[in-house]
Design a protein around this ligand. Structure first.
Ligand code: ZN
Length: 166
């Protein structure tokens, strides 16, 4: 099945499932290394190119979100406009900006129950976004937010009084 707007597949392919599993495995690794359990990967139409998890705590780097880490792990490329990015949680503004900047046309998201992110903005910029409603990713993130609310608020820049409004 093809979408009306572009030629990117609107259904998940076997490569998509491998790409998403790589992102989910990275999220589990992030949790195991006492970090934020969000994973991401990049794939072309044939294979998974790179996978990574959020490294903000591990590297003391506020920009080391999972999607940014996956982009870094894949290195310099000239085919970002042919790739799919997988992420266990809806991308934030930082990562959505990178997706648009590098013209990544297609994003597969594990869940947006815990954080809605910038999915509507991505779609408004022509990015095809597929949402899996993955129960494992949802549970992993919910457990983390409940156990470490301060770390999570820091990740999405909810500081001071703002935290009480969310
Ligand atoms: Zn992000």
């Amino acid at each position: 099945m093809k979408s009306a707007d572009n030629e990117a597949p609107t259904e998940l392919s076997p490569v998509d499932l491998r790409g998403y599993r790589a992102a989910l495995e990275s999220a589990r690794q992030g949790k195991a290394s006492a970090g934020i359990p969000i994973g991401s990967s990049l794939a072309n139409s044939e294979r998974v190119l790179a996978a990574a998890h959020n490294r903000r705590v591990q590297d003391n780097d506020p920009t080391a979100h999972a999607e940014i880490s996956a982009l870094r792990a894949a290195g310099r490329r000239t085919d970002h406009n042919e790739l799919t990015l997988y992420t266990t949680l809806a991308p934030c503004a930082l990562c959505s900006g990178a997706i648009v900047q590098f013209k990544i046309p297609r994003v597969v998201v594990g869940e947006w129950t815990n954080f809605t992110g910038e999915i509507q903005w991505l779609r408004s910029r022509g990015v095809q976004v597929l949402i899996m409603e993955d129960l494992e990713a949802t549970a992993l993130m919910h457990e983390f937010i409940t156990s470490y609310p301060e770390l999570w608020n820091e990740d999405i820049a909810h500081y001071g009084a703002e935290r009480n409004r969310s």
